[in-house]
Design a protein around this ligand. Structure first.
Ligand SMILES: [Zn+2]
Ligand SMILES: [Zn+2]
Length: 70
């Protein structure tokens, strides 16, 4: 199973992604890894919480911000 990109929220610095290939941290807005060129897969990364509009990983069952069931 291929591990996709993981969105990691950082309160003070916004959000970055961890590349599944080289483990580099790149901007959440990036389409490709800055370091190894691995393609970003948006469908694995984010969805929007229906309650607080927080961006959370699509596999999440609950919003980490407000606890809303997804
Ligand atoms: Zn990479
Ligand atoms: Zn929420």
């Amino acid at each position: 199973m291929v591990v996709g990109w993981i969105a990691v929220p950082i309160p003070k610095y916004g959000q970055y992604l961890v590349c599944p290939k080289c483990r580099s941290q790149v901007s959440a807005d990036s389409k490709y890894c800055n370091y190894c060129g691995e393609m970003l897969r948006p469908q694995l990364i984010l969805k929007i919480c229906s309650r607080c509009q927080n961006r959370i990983i699509s596999a999440a069952h609950y919003c980490p911000e407000c606890g809303q069931k997804q």
